[in-house]
Design a protein around this ligand. Structure first.
Ligand code: MF3
Ligand code: CO
Length: 249
């Protein structure tokens, strides 16, 4: 279960978040047509180690890469590959975990490469917006279900599919801690949110159906209908002054 962090732990969570947020900004500027997702991954690893962090997905879960890099209909957990070349019109989901002095951050971005349809632009923007709506209810005394309910209410009107098989989570000395944080309304209200809790909130939103499957590479999660998907995630801290986003620089 996610713990209430002490002020010393909060400092370390901030450091872990800052490394990842900084890395994401550098990766955003690095992405361009013609490079492979493998090159993006190598670049990500270089930046994270330069900043003093460790890529936790590789070190903790034996994920075959440093960051998960998922293109278009790949939702999450895409394996970086020399054969996957970025082209104009793609959307690239970059999802990373950083460990720093025993504390973790987890954050994902969806980058648009060149020109995409308005449908895709809207999907990416609204997925980000869903995160920012959700953190407004991350307040001491609210419950986990307030987060998913807020995301569902915001997303439903666009007719998108909300991924149900993968969820947000508590985070701290481990990348994944209880509680699970669904991006949709549940029948149970879940645990009470408290100041000092650190959470990874991560809407995964499909342009079409919510249904996904795991590819034969045993990692990559893809949309069943082949339509694109967007992902946006940050590690946040609940405080009396509202949520603090730790992994956004
Ligand atoms: N990115 C996932 C999350 O946000 C975790 C990926 S773990 C890995 O929770 F092993 F797949 F890399
Ligand atoms: Co996460």
């Amino acid at each position: 279960m996610v713990s209430i962090k002490s002020s010393r732990e909060i400092e370390l969570m901030r450091d872990a978040g800052k490394i990842l947020g900084t890395a994401h900004n550098e990766i955003r500027d690095y992405i361009k047509p013609g490079i492979s997702t493998y090159e993006i991954d190598k670049f990500a690893e270089k930046v994270v180690s330069r900043l003093g962090g460790k890529c936790s997905f590789y070190h903790l879960y034996d994920f075959p890469g440093n960051f998960c890099i998922s293109v278009n209909d790949e939702v999450i957990h895409g394996i970086p590959s020399k054969n996957k070349i970025i082209k104009d019109g793609d959307i690239i989901k970059v999802d990373g975990g950083v460990e720093y002095k025993g504390y973790n951050s987890d954050a994902a971005r969806t980058h648009i490469v060149g020109s995409v349809s308005n449908d895709i632009k809207d999907l990416v923007e609204r997925t980000e917006k869903a995160f920012f709506e959700a953190i407004k209810v991350c307040i001491d005394g609210n419950h986990v279900n307030d987060i998913g309910s807020t995301i569902e209410d915001y997303i439903d009107k666009f007719g998108y599919g909300i991924v149900e098989d993968y969820v947000g989570h508590g985070i701290g000395t481990k990348v994944h801690e209880d509680p699970e944080i669904p991006n949709f309304r549940s029948t149970k209200k879940g645990i009470k949110l408290r100041n000092g809790m650190t959470l990874a909130i991560e809407p995964m939103i499909n342009l079409g159906s919510y249904e996904v499957y795991v590819d034969k590479d045993e990692w990559t999660v893809k949309t069943e209908d082949g339509l694109p998907s967007a992902h946006y995630e940050n590690t946040i801290l609940i405080t009396d002054n509202g949520p603090e986003i730790l992994s956004l620089v």
